[in-house]
Write a protein that binds this ligand. Sequence first.
Ligand SMILES: *[C@@H]1O[C@H](CO)[C@@H](O)[C@H](O)[C@H]1NC(C)=O
Ligand SMILES: *[C@@H]1O[C@H](CO)[C@@H](O)[C@H](O)[C@H]1NC(C)=O
Ligand SMILES: *[C@@H]1O[C@H](CO)[C@@H](O)[C@H](O)[C@H]1NC(C)=O
Ligand SMILES: *[C@@H]1O[C@H](CO)[C@@H](O)[C@H](O)[C@H]1NC(C)=O
Ligand SMILES: *[C@@H]1O[C@H](CO)[C@@H](O)[C@H](O)[C@H]1NC(C)=O
Length: 645
Amino acid sequence: QFSGFAQSAASCWSVWSVNLCCGLSDCPPLGLETLKIDDFQLHASTMQRYGLGAHRGRLNIQAGLYEDDLYDGGWCAGRNDPLQWFEVDARRLTKFTGVITQGRSSLWSSDWVTSYRVLVSNDSHTWVTLKNGSRDLLFIGNKEKEIPVLNTFPKSVVARYIRINPRSWYSGGSICMRVEILGCPMPDPNNYYHRRNEITTTDNLDFKHHSYKEMRQLMKVVNEMCPNITRIYNIGKSYNGQKLYAIEISDNPGEHELGEPEFRYTAGSHGNEVLGRELLLLLMQFLCQEYLSGNPRIRHLVEETRIHLLPSVNPDGHDKAAEAGSELSGWSLGRWSQDGLDIHHNFPDLNAILWEAESRKWVPRKFHNHHIPIPEWYLSKNATVAMETRALLGWMEKIPFVLGGNLQGGELVVTFSYDRTRPHGVMREATPTPDDPVFRWLAFSYASTHRLMTDAGRRVCHTQDFAKEDGTINGASWHTAAGSMNDFSYLHTNCFELSMYVGCDKFPHESELPEEWENNRESLIVFMEQVHRGIKGVVRDLQGRGIANAIISVEGINHDIRTAADGDYWRLLNPGEYRVTVRAEGYAMSSKVCEVGYAMGATRCSFTLTRSNLSRIKEIMEKFNKQPINLRHPPRRPRQRRLGT
Ligand SMILES: *[C@@H]1O[C@H](CO)[C@@H](O)[C@H](O)[C@H]1NC(C)=O
Ligand SMILES: *[C@@H]1O[C@H](CO)[C@@H](O)[C@H](O)[C@H]1NC(C)=O
Ligand SMILES: *[C@@H]1O[C@H](CO)[C@@H](O)[C@H](O)[C@H]1NC(C)=O
Ligand SMILES: *[C@@H]1O[C@H](CO)[C@@H](O)[C@H](O)[C@H]1NC(C)=O
Ligand SMILES: *[C@@H]1O[C@H](CO)[C@@H](O)[C@H](O)[C@H]1NC(C)=O
């Protein structure tokens, strides 16, 4: 059994080299979807209007919410005749091997191309039509607007420009398409664009897509390479019975150490958003390798933090998307759990409960501003809750997480709570939490260290430009949704949870993984380091025993957190001076000022609590067997008993 792992270990860790020109049959996408191909490389014969110009003719591009939007769902020709074309300038000689097409993304109209010819050119003046013998090749296109259709050429063809010439289209609509081109760039060392676009990585990691089995094997390989700092466990099962594996990375795996914060990354709750899953598998290998090689930053992180990585929250959905493949799974195949639920938005809506209590002025006297209980109905057997959501929920309640990130896909932005607007609020109204400044900082820490998120020159993925908030946005002001993991985590547990949308392309081609790793590596590490910001400490009694469940309040922030089982706590805060108050049942309240500096490392702010007078009286009463106490004449113990012993 073991040799299998050793073998896979050997292949996993073998030197990976960027191979631009692949085998004859499978060339990678040029990058219309990933935006590697820029707007100026796309041209068309005509367009209906600017929002439907050639620059929108990209595979999986999403339409804006409104008709006539500037950001519409594809390229649409200005006339419906067989003379129209859509053109891509690869800017270098390329071996073209195929075309993938979709119809227009739209809620209102139905437009797709049912057949097309393909032409190529080296100068964009003289065009050669792809032929089969003496006849022009006619490719069969789409049957509806969403499912991508791939046509591979019978023979590859070398050229710089490629055109798609629609010959027939759905009779109920117009000529509209979204396109990806498959091609291998020819070696061309003098080409300026080539050099500019090339990004390689020096990290020696396993850059490939992993099936469920391969993911498990890779975890095992890492566990065998770094047995002292890793542990594999699972948090439950998927609908199809696949275990939801997590790997823990910490200097004492398997144990919560007093004062050491717990961090989590999860990915793939939408099974078709595959990049996050691979990024976590890369991160796991990277942390192990760098720890072994003595990288001081990583050593420090691993020694001071208990890190949990759960790369595939929805393995069933991933299987579906992976079966169709990175280019043909479309926008939503495999998004949901096997039983059709959106795992990330399947948590109980505690926002509504808190806001209702607030409007009745119950908070904080009659109703806590944190640790809001899960409603009965949600826990009942017949609530429509995915098994995966229940597993996450159990995990979130069991481990005292302080900070978490869930990796999503299809955009380039970091979102933070709340994800839901208040009832009767305006659509897309920003809905801040009491910890808004901290959340903004956390989001910024990821976005600002990403290679693309805050790049002013970058083009928007689909319709929304997040540049004005530096690549971050309040979830509710993007698209409001109830029951998100982020809001649940904040309102039910101590953990601050954010969503990282790690790329425009939900399921990038394998050849994109080294570059995506480079794009995200620093962000992934920087965000983990933020778990050490703010204050932390232990709340103890006079005997030095930790007090669990003590409430830590910070003046001016209407959201408390609580101590974990051993009495330790972590409170994420931005630099500043804070009055911190601790309350625990049976103890006198205690308060002090704690200062958070700019340097990394949480400020220690511990408390020792004395029993409250009331609880002392209660204790005395219990000692005397709950009998009324006559303080002046305390009852004497019966003599007989003493004689008996
Ligand atoms: C090419 O033409 C031959 C003969 O007419 C036909 O059998 C074959 O299917 C054609 N191939 C394609 C890819 O259209
Ligand atoms: C473009 O130029 C290359 C290299 O000279 C040549 O191999 C190829 O056949 C040309 N393609 C077309 C369509 O003319
Ligand atoms: C694991 O820890 C032991 C004991 O400290 C040490 O001897 C061993 O070299 C470590 N193994 C690795 C792979 O770091
Ligand atoms: C669960 O289903 C039963 C039977 O359909 C129903 O009577 C009951 O009210 C449901 N429970 C909840 C909490 O919705
Ligand atoms: C407890 O009782 C003592 C003595 O009666 C009193 O001085 C003190 O203020 C009380 N403490 C609290 C927290 O009520």
